[in-house]
Design a protein around this ligand. Sequence first.
Ligand SMILES: Nc1ncnc2c1ncn2[C@@H]1O[C@H](COP(=O)(O)OP(=O)(O)OP(=O)(O)O)[C@@H](O)[C@H]1O
Ligand SMILES: [Mg+2]
Length: 258
Amino acid sequence: MALYCVISPGGSPGATTTALGLALTWPGSVLLAECDPAGRRVLPGFMANRMNESAGPGLLGLAMAADTRANSPVPLEEYVVPITDDDRVELLHGLRDPRHGSLLKHLWHGLAAAAVARDGDVIADLGRVGGSDTPTELLRAAHAVVMVLKPTLQQVDAARPRLEALEELLGDRAPVGLCLIADGSYGPAEVERVLGVPVLRELPYAPSEARVLSDGARRRVTFRTSMLMQSLGSLGRKIKSTAAMRSDAVPALEGAAL
Ligand SMILES: Nc1ncnc2c1ncn2[C@@H]1O[C@H](COP(=O)(O)OP(=O)(O)OP(=O)(O)O)[C@@H](O)[C@H]1O
Ligand SMILES: [Mg+2]
């Protein structure tokens, strides 16, 4: 189905938290792929108390399989584990040891193809973009790209060149939108004007709910219905509809070669 990339300008604004929250509130089946070369967070965080058995080798195992089975499709489904009991949300957990980062660069092309070919959607957390280890193959295959940032001068300053580079990379291929974590002095309209990229949604600054997602903190009974989770659900619907509008408008780009 579709591949959606979540990125950040650096400075840990909440990209992984947002990607996980999106997956948990996503309309339909979805795989969260932790593709940030900086390392995995979900397994030792949100899932720390929920894994009854080994989560397998995740992204590293997939990279090694892709290496040894060159020219055959990447066996993505063999390396995912369920996040929720109903298997609706799955995880491809990321690298634990950043020394293995160099193994990933041969994986991205095949992973992008496997992501768009699978039955459910894929949300890929790429982390901070702009470095030499950014998985550009995933960005080029994405149906939409969402940059998570805080509305601060530092974040906007860091976001600008990265969004320019993204525009050069993507052209009209896929829409790019912003998700603001409401912890800064600028409003959505100002950020949108300065960066020239639409704000899809502002998420509330909600540290205790966010820590459930980022650190596996204990949930309060109101977690599922919290403003943060509701906003994440609404962001997910917005991302899907933005991508659908673009693919209706530019049908020739659907399935374009990577
Ligand atoms: N909406 C939010 N409200 C309040 N705090 C948040 C929110 N989203 C994330 N956080 C907090 O921000 C911190 C960083 O979150 P996270 O790890 O998701 O950021 P990141 O952008 O993925 O960082 P990194 O660059 O390390 O990958 C965590 O402590 C998390 O709980
Ligand atoms: Mg992260």
